[in-house]
Ligand binder design. Structure first.
Ligand code: SF4
Ligand code: FES
Length: 252
């Protein structure tokens, strides 16, 4: 009998995927019960491919159904599961447990600077209010017969800031935003940049006037927390610097 035939006759033995136990310490808050947030730890059995989001699901499904967090796509697209993981803003669905130091507990808490609603959920309305205030849509007059044309070079000018998924990781990592509830925040400026530098847009000056406000771009202290936090790799601090320059000199 050939080797191939022998292999075919072998019973299929399912591969055993190794598991390990990680401890997550989660900052919990239930407004109906708690006066203050409290930390609660959970031991979870995980595999090397699991992400923090998988660990949260396991806790919710197997240990404590009251654990509350947001998620939708689970693949880094919708921006709904930004949270502080070991003191750094990240997307839970993009953070592999094995990339963290599992010899120590993993601390998970809600992003800072926005009103805490429950467990890992904050009220995002102040964040979206800032976003809406910079007119995050194309402002262009006339009705062209066909498309509004743009060269590849013109398109490349604002390519980086088109990648924003509005997760708030940047804004909620900004110390100015933590202390000054009125600051527009990095995400709003990133999304203003996306239109200010779009050659088809005619609303740049409107947005620049809005961001020249005392709570606008000049509140930025260039701490780079925002760029480090962005899960899309957007050069947030650079975008803010370019908007500052445009406020001073006009749209280039
Ligand atoms: S700029 Fe980056 S961190 Fe900020 S909201 Fe957009 S995707 Fe999130
Ligand atoms: S769940 Fe959509 S970005 Fe993480």
């Amino acid at each position: 009998m050939s080797t191939a035939a022998v292999m075919e006759n072998q019973p299929h033995v399912p591969e055993v995927i190794p598991t390990f136990t990680a401890t997550l310490i989660i900052r919990r808050f239930d407004p109906e019960v708690d006066d203050e947030p409290r930390w609660q730890d959970f031991d979870v059995e995980l595999r090397g491919t699991d992400r923090v989001l998988d660990a949260l699901h396991k806790i919710k499904w197997e240990q404590d159904g009251s654990l509350t967090f947001r998620r939708s796509c689970a693949h880094g697209v919708c921006g709904s599961d930004a949270m502080r993981i070991n003191g750094r803003n990240r997307l839970a669905c993009k953070t592999l447990i094995k990339d963290l130091d599992i010899s120590k507990p993993i601390y998970v808490e809600a992003i800072k600077g926005l009103p805490l609603e429950k467990d890992l959920i904050v009220d995002m309305e102040p964040f979206f209010e800032s976003y809406r205030s910079i007119n995050p849509f194309l402002m262009a007059s006339g009705s062209p017969d066909k498309e509004r044309k743009q060269s590849p070079v013109e398109r490349a000018r604002f390519d980086d800031t088109t990648k924003c998924i509005l997760c708030a990781a940047c804004t909620s990592s900004c110390p100015v935003f933590w202390t000054d509830g009125q600051y527009f925040g990095p995400a709003a400026i990133v999304n203003a940049h996306r239109f200010i530098f779009d050659s088809r847009d005619e609303g740049a000056q409107v947005r620049l006037d809005i961001l020249n406000d005392k709570e606008g771009v000049w509140r930025c202290r260039t701490t780079f927390n925002c760029s480090e936090a962005c899960p899309r790799g957007i050069q947030v601090t650079q975008a803010i610097a370019e908007v500052k320059m445009a406020v001073l000199r006009g749209k280039p």
